[in-house]
Design a protein around this ligand. Structure first.
Ligand code: PLP
Length: 395
């Protein structure tokens, strides 16, 4: 660890570590920032909103000046819905690239919005590739926008957004990115990857508490979005225009959450920004995955596709392994893990994000080892069907 890295808190008041993709384990300072009340119209809070927006924009690096940041009340899905409704015009058509629950949720959102869309569904975890996207766009000139998921949190796969972006712009279309679980830990610089808008939320890699999301979009797209949204409260253009004019959110802002988020942004900067944060999460993943593999567990994904956000493991084939019991025994030891979301084989997930470092991840592995022994699981090896499923990735 570098000297500037913030100290990792021991679990606060004995609470367990959340090895989940958000809400996640936050620092004491982030929690403490919520002990004060703020008036939403007051200059102090307006300054906080301004500071937050410019700090988020700064994470884009070079070219950030062409973008603006619009916070939206609600959980991440509200911000995704706001982005889709505001940037896909009513007569537009989106291509949704899905390989898990969040991609499918974007498609479902477009369905609700009454926007035309085509779905490329790659199943539980296979990555959508640039050449497939190029093919679909060539076959359907009516598609105006492509929606991609940066890290598909259901499997933990890091999707190849660079090659997707290249295919989208080579075909003269526009890209919208759900970077909910990646932004702040994985670079998404417009100078490297072209896109019109992206969305993330307070309780993922920036390590704030839940309560709002934010859309970062090209200013030209924000201007052009006027009148597109079906929804008053989710209208990104209206929120942006109001915030630019008054410095205020249109409706009651989550004041305490914003105060906590600013504290989280300061810690993010002190840790070395996106590179520092991503570096810690990568060490978390590497230590945890190596330890779990030593115990006999196997990851769903090959190393190439593993994100430093969350990792899916197959449940062991051993008849003594029962996920609910494994979960409870891990929780007793101070670690809350996450059930899997695969449809074909049983799995569980372990998150690498939040206020924890590689030392904590070593404790996670020790806890898993002890738990297997308590359950009488002799081998953590997955069933043959799981490995057959995985072989598809190599094909
Ligand atoms: C967390 C997440 C969301 C938003 O989920 P909410 O439960 O609404 O906060 C959307 N997309 C991805 C990829 C996510 O990881």
């Amino acid at each position: 660890m570098t000297a500037s890295a913030p100290q990792i808190d021991p679990p606060f008041l004995g609470e367990p570590y959340l090895l989940t993709p958000g809400p996640l384990t936050t620092s004491y300072e982030v929690k403490q920032a919520m002990l004060r009340d703020w008036g939403s119209w007051d200059d102090d809070f307006r300054a906080m909103t301004r500071d937050m927006r410019s700090r988020l924009l700064a994470l884009l690096g070079e070219g950030a000046g062409e973008y603006d940041c619009v916070p939206m009340q609600g959980s991440g899905s509200f911000a995704v819905e706001a982005m889709l409704a505001s940037f896909v015009p009513r007569d537009g058509k989106a291509l949704v690239l899905a390989n898990g629950a969040y991609g499918l949720r974007s498609a479902q959102t477009l369905q609700y919005l009454g926007r035309a869309y085509q779905l490329l569904d790659k199943g539980d975890y296979l990555p959508p590739r640039g050449d497939e996207v190029a093919q679909i766009l060539a076959n359907d000139p009516s598609i105006t926008h492509v929606v991609a998921i940066h890290c598909e949190t259901s499997s933990g796969i890091l999707n190849p957004v660079e090659e997707i972006s290249e295919a989208v712009y080579a075909a003269g279309r526009k890209l919208l990115i759900d970077s909910m679980s990646a932004f702040g830990a994985i670079e998404l610089q417009p100078s490297q990857i072209r896109y019109e808008a992206m969305v993330s939320s307070a309780n993922k890699c920036i390590e704030g508490v839940p309560g709002f999301g934010f859309v970062i979009a090209r200013k030209a797209e924000l201007e052009a979005a006027r009148g597109n949204s079906h929804s008053l409260s989710l209208d990104v253009h209206a929120q942006w225009a109001h915030m630019e004019k008054t410095g205020q959110w249109r409706f009651t802002p989550p004041t305490h959450v914003v105060a906590a988020f600013l504290e989280a942004l300061k810690a993010h900067e002190a840790e070395g920004g996106v590179a520092g944060r991503g570096g810690r999460y990568t060490r978390n993943r590497d230590v945890m995955v190596a330890g779990m593999r030593d115990l006999g567990f196997e990851t769903l994904l090959q190393n190439r596709w593993l994100s430093p956000i969350i990792v899916t493991f197959f449940c062991p084939a051993d008849a003594n392994f029962v996920f609910d019991r494994f979960y409870d025994l891990m929780k007793e030891k101070g670690f809350i893990i996450y059930p899997g979301k695969l449809t074909v084989v049983d799995s569980f997930r372990v998150g690498c994000i939040g206020q924890m470092d590689e030392h904590v991840m070593r404790q996670v592995v020790s806890a898993a080892k002890e738990t297997l022994a308590e359950m009488g699981v002799a081998s953590a090896a997955p069933p043959a069907a799981a490995l057959e499923e995985r072989a598809k990735l190599a094909a």
